[in-house]
Write a protein that binds this ligand. Structure first.
Ligand SMILES: [Zn+2]
Length: 179
């Protein structure tokens, strides 16, 4: 946004007094036609130093001119990023960052797959447990009522009134002839 404003003539005129970072580094006069001025303001000298070291000032100017004006700001941002990465990592440069991100994506994808497998295994376990619980519920009410009817019923026979009726403790008071 700033650069589109800087691209207009008004800010460029103010740069007559203060050379852009490029012109300052190259020790040349910065005028309103300076291609670098909109993208390398005087306070961003380290940005220009980076692209100058990696690509060379004349190549930077060529690369900026190759791109249509509306896309120049993005192009310069990319050049600064690439130059910074190249200076930081002389072997891989920005490719190193891409490689690291791809590795991260791969690792995260593997983690997602592992978690997905864990979820599936847990769901399977849950289904198996639910199946067992359902079987127990289906079997137990039948067997329990059967048990109660057969065994407990039999047990209850001993406490049944019919038996208690003959209980020797209860029986005697009913026998008036004892007293
Ligand atoms: Zn300049």
């Amino acid at each position: 946004m700033e650069s589109s404003n800087m691209g207009s003539q008004a800010p460029a005129k103010t740069r007559i007094h203060q050379p852009c970072a490029g012109c300052r580094m190259l020790r040349r006069r910065c005028d309103s036609n300076c291609v670098l001025a909109p993208y390398f303001p005087c306070d961003k000298i380290e940005n220009f130093a980076g692209v100058h070291r990696v690509f060379g000032a004349s190549n930077v100017v060529k690369m900026i001119q190759m791109v249509e004006e509306t896309r120049r700001e993005d192009a310069v941002k990319a050049l600064v990023y690439e130059a910074t990465a190249r200076l930081r990592d002389p072997v891989y440069g920005s490719t190193g960052a891409i490689f690291n991100l791809q590795k991260m994506v791969q690792e995260l994808t593997m983690q997602v797959e592992a978690i997905r497998a864990q979820v599936l295994a847990s769901q399977e376990q849950r289904d198996q447990l639910l199946g067992i619980v359902m079987n127990v519920h289906q079997l137990n009410p039948v067997s329990r009522t059967d048990d109660h009817q057969v065994f407990n019923g039999g047990d209850f026979l001993f406490n049944d009134d019919t038996i208690l009726g003959y209980d020797p403790v209860i029986f005697p008071p009913d026998c008036e002839w004892i007293s």
